[in-house]
Design a protein around this ligand. Structure first.
Ligand code: ADP
Ligand code: MG
Length: 467
């Protein structure tokens, strides 16, 4: 690790904390050698039982900052919900559940249940009847269960509001109030947020007792995120995105728009230019959303077009560029958006397209960050390279997933065994309930579909198609 890594600088070891030997061993196995800054600032407070308001950017390790105290306090022999985490979306709830599972693996049989909307109630009710120690879910669905009497919170000792700012944006304030009022009053309440809008303080005052506050200023290494501002007219704004992409040729780009309508318009323009772009929105079915996120994360989709709400919290590594198709009115959101690129030891580009009415927004961003914006002209961007922008990978969908007990190793085995491909030609493998997605390098995609369809995965013939 070097000094530009957000996880190093002033190293604090986890064994400075009152954690069990099993937990310390798990952290070691996961490669969590030192605490991230937000963990170092918040864990002594939360492990001592205080309420907390913690603010730090996406990717700073907030999940472990609340998972460790709630796991430490958990009694596995007591079959009752002892901790609950509220998240704004199902994706985030899934990510949090996974991270808690990883951290809980030294303890025996801790049951963690994800309760989100969009899934049928009945299996959730059945799982609750079987008993769960930890519940992670979205406020609407949790409230639903509480109203039906299917979720008993009498034994709750820790309540976490994760991505609190986003839950406020999404209008969950009443649901959160409903839930918090019905939790035991002597619980610990932990609030995590990437930004700190006024509403958070109000929320905290209502539900927390003398909370301690830790706030980590965003510190992007200026050398790692190269930021450029381009002046455009509103008519040229969407076309300019394609020009930027064809010039800089990033493999993965997150393009932020301020509205869903703008996302749709941009998607049309990019498709017309032959660029493989996808978008996320609230109207999509879960399977479609999974497919979008999987394709973007495994580098078989060049651009993900999203609003701040849709992109919130997604843990996407390896992002070469962020484009602010619209400049956000909130400078803090701007800093947060561009912090998605230039992570770990990679460099990243952040481009912002500014119309005449965005000027004052750039002024407030410059003021907040103490930087001088670097202005450029779109007309500087000549395309010497006219070849299309093609993602390096293609995603193959195999019908059959967790329900068929398929594991990533089965697919890797099928491709590198009989099919004869090399490990280097295979990318990320993601298993969902009913499908498995495997990224392969573009040049072998057709052949891989053919060979997988003709051969067997886990002893069975499977249906395969390229997305
Ligand atoms: P946030 O909630 O702040 O966006 P996450 O909790 O999702 O961040 O963590 C981001 C990534 O960092 C995850 O992949 C997580 O496994 C990893 N991580 C968390 N804490 C540590 C640590 N102490 N050392 C190394 N990696 C860590
Ligand atoms: Mg998080």
């Amino acid at each position: 690790m070097n000094d530009t890594n957000p996880f190093s600088s002033t190293a604090h070891a986890f064994n400075e904390l009152p954690l069990s030997p099993g937990m310390l061993a798990t952290l070691q196995q996961l490669g969590y050698l030192t605490m991230t800054p937000i963990q170092a600032a918040s864990l002594p407070v939360t492990l001592a039982g205080h309420d907390l308001i913690a603010q730090a950017k996406t990717g700073s390790g907030k999940t472990a900052a609340f998972a460790l105290p709630l796991l430490t306090r958990l009694n596995p022999r007591r079959f009752a919900v002892q901790a609950m985490v509220l998240c704004p979306t199902r994706e985030l709830a899934d990510q949090v559940t996974q991270e808690i599972r990883r951290l809980a693996r030294s303890a025996d049989n801790i049951k963690i249940l994800t309760l989100c909307g969009g899934a049928t109630m009945r299996p959730q009710i059945a799982s609750l009847e079987h008993g769960a120690h930890i519940v992670v879910g979205t406020p609407g669905r949790i409230m639903d269960h509480m109203e039906r009497g299917t979720l008993n919170l009498e034994a709750l000792n820790t309540l976490v509001l994760d991505e609190a700012d986003r839950m406020l944006d999404m209008g969950f304030v009443d649901a959160i109030a409903f839930i918090a009022r019905r939790c035991p009053p002597d619980r610990q309440t932990l609030l995590f947020s990437a930004t700190y809008p006024e509403g958070i303080a109000r929320l905290a005052r209502q539900f927390q007792r003398n909370p301690k506050q830790v706030k980590l200023e965003e510190q992007h290494d200026a050398g790692k995120i190269r930021q450029r501002f381009y002046e455009v007219s509103n008519e040229d704004r969407l076309e300019a995105v394609g020009i930027l992409l064809k010039h800089y040729r990033p493999v993965s780009t997150l393009a932020f728009c301020n509205t869903k309508q703008q996302c749709r318009s941009l998607l049309e323009v990019l498709h017309a230019q032959g660029i493989y772009a996808l978008t996320l929105n609230g109207d999509m079915e879960q399977r479609e959303r999974d497919q979008v996120l999987i394709q973007f994360a495994n580098r078989s989709c060049s651009v993900l077009v999203a609003t701040d709400v849709a992109a919130r919290g997604l843990d996407i590594a390896q992002l070469e560029a962020v484009i602010n198709v619209d400049v956000t009115p909130d400078p803090e959101v701007h800093v947060h958006r561009i912090g998605r690129t230039g992570r770990a030891d990679q460099d990243g580009w952040a481009f912002s397209l500014c119309g005449p009415s965005d000027r004052h927004r750039i002024v407030s961003i410059a003021k907040m960050t103490g930087t001088v914006p670097e202005w450029h002209e779109i007309s500087e961007l000549q395309d010497e390279d006219e070849s299309p922008l093609t993602p390096p990978m293609v995603t193959l969908q195999i019908l059959g997933g967790r329900k068929e007990k398929i594991r990533p190793g089965d697919v890797l085995g099928a491709l590198t065994g009989d099919a004869g491909f090399s490990r280097e030609q295979i990318g990320k493998i993601s298993v969902t309930d009913f499908s498995t997605y495997v990224a392969v390098v573009r040049s072998i995609a057709d052949e891989a579909v053919r060979k997988l369809s003709a051969g067997k995965v886990k002893g069975k013939t499977v249906k395969v198609r390229a997305l």
